[in-house]
Design a protein around this ligand. Structure first.
Ligand code: KPL
Length: 306
């Protein structure tokens, strides 16, 4: 049994993908109210895969963190700011050999969870799928992305990965997952806040924010290099350009959060980048200015600043 902690877009997407591939899954919902709402709909999820033009209806089982069932494999799919507390709520249920896979955006919460679970093997993942929920029981898989998984302690790939791949799940092992997460962080720091401040799609940034993105890319390249992630400015620029073009019609996750009145992951993107720069006394004025502007924007919209 695979337990999935967090039933947002990524949690439901993974629950649906794993269950359709033949694996038994169990969602863990935050509280009794959410569980009751889920059960009122008989655990039904309507999944629309837009790129495959497919529509499927499936039933997903759900339970509460208090359920006594032991957990042998846990996927953590909450937002970054909720991950640490969510893991603490089920920690007592993890079997001694339980493995944990973290699928959060940004950085910071992964390291905190690894510290919380020193005796378990904890994998980190980078996910670029585009998915959103028109309602709690509907999921639109708008863009098939890439999922890279790795072990921050650089251990070998686990056997379950081959099994998942053999069942048709598209995901790959990466020997240096920290480098993958840092590069994804750079992409998120350059794209997400600007799409909020300019209220535009990812693609529109090419016309609206070219100069600012260049400034940010230079600082992000310095930051990544300072943390031992080898990436040239040209490669970073190319990666940013590719992501923007591949996700041109997307609204970034941060812009979606704000439009829905939800807390953003600013602290796990720009916040983490600034704290990292501070650790090394690295000057990153463009990133700092962006962070301040974004916080001002959040304040005027009555949203948390972190
Ligand atoms: O990861 C993303 C996000 O929106 O958080 C990108 C890659 C920018 C795609 O929208």
């Amino acid at each position: 049994m695979l337990h999935i902690l967090g039933a947002g877009s990524i949690g439901l997407l993974w629950a649906a993908r794993l269950q359709r591939a033949g694996f038994p899954v169990q969602l863990i919902l935050r509280n009794a109210e959410r569980l009751a709402a889920w059960q009122d709909h008989a655990g039904q999820l309507e999944l629309t895969d837009t790129s495959q033009q497919q529509h499927v209806s499936l039933t997903l089982n759900a339970q509460l963190p208090e359920n006594p069932e032991p957990i042998h494999f846990l996927l953590v799919t909450t937002k970054a700011f909720a991950a640490e507390t969510a893991v603490r709520s089920i920690r007592h249920r993890l079997s001694p050999d339980a493995e944990v896979l973290l699928l959060q955006n940004g950085m910071g919460c992964q390291q905190a969870i690894s510290r919380q679970l020193p005796q378990h093997r904890v994998y980190y993942a980078s996910v670029t799928d585009g998915a959103w929920r028109p309602s709690a029981h509907q999921l639109i898989w708008a863009g098939h992305g890439q999922t890279l998984i790795g072990d921050p302690r650089q251990g070998p790939p686990p056997e379950w990965l081959t099994d998942w791949q053999a069942h048709g799940l598209t995901l790959d092992w990466h020997a240096d997952i920290m480098a993958v997460l840092w590069r994804k962080l750079a992409v998120n720091c350059a794209i997400n806040p600007l799409t909020v401040l300019l209220d535009c799609t990812n693609g529109e940034l090419l016309q609206l924010a070219h100069g600012r993105m260049e400034e940010l890319s230079q600082e992000l390249q310095l930051l990544l290099s300072a943390f031992g992630i080898p990436i040239s400015l040209d490669i970073l620029r190319t990666q940013l350009d590719q992501v923007i073009r591949q996700t041109a019609a997307n609204s970034s996750s941060m812009r979606q959060d704000i439009h829905a009145g939800r807390r953003t992951e600013i602290d796990f993107m720009l916040g983490f980048a600034l704290r990292s720069a501070d650790q090394l006394n690295l000057a990153v004025p463009a990133l700092r200015k962006l962070h301040t502007e974004l916080q001002t924007y959040l304040a005027t919209h009555g949203l948390p600043l972190d």
